[in-house]
Design a protein. Structure first.
Length: 89
C-alpha cells in the first residue's frame, strides 16, 4: 500500500505501507531517500489519476444516498466506463 505524507505513522500499524521520508531543518534527506520518495511519487501519481477519473462521476464524489445494495454495482459500472474511455483515448 502506498500512502502520501498525510499518513505518517500508519506504517506502525501496517508494516507493508510505504510513506515518503520527511526531512527536517536539522536533517536533510540523503540521495537514497530522495530516490525512494521519487519512486513512490511516480507510482502514486497513476493511482491519483484513476481516482480523479472516478470522481468525475457525481455519485462517487458526494455522499451516497441510495440503496446500499446497488452501490457496488454502480462503482463497478463507473469503473468499467472509465476503463473503456481510457482504452479508447
Amino acid at each position: 500500500m502506498a500512502a502520501d505524507a498525510g499518513y505518517q505513522g500508519v506504517q506502525h500499524q501496517h508494516p507493508l505501507c510505504r510513506t515518503p521520508h520527511k526531512a527536517s531543518k536539522k536533517r536533510k534527506l540523503d540521495h537514497t531517500q530522495e530516490a525512494e520518495n521519487l519512486r513512490l511519487a511516480r507510482f502514486r501519481i497513476a493511482i491519483e489519476h484513476v481516482i480523479r477519473r472516478l470522481k468525475i462521476f457525481r455519485v462517487l464524489k458526494e455522499t451516497y444516498r441510495h440503496r446500499r445494495k446497488r452501490f457496488s454495482l454502480r462503482v463497478n459500472l463507473i469503473a468499467a466506463i472509465c476503463n473503456h474511455t481510457a482504452k479508447c483515448a
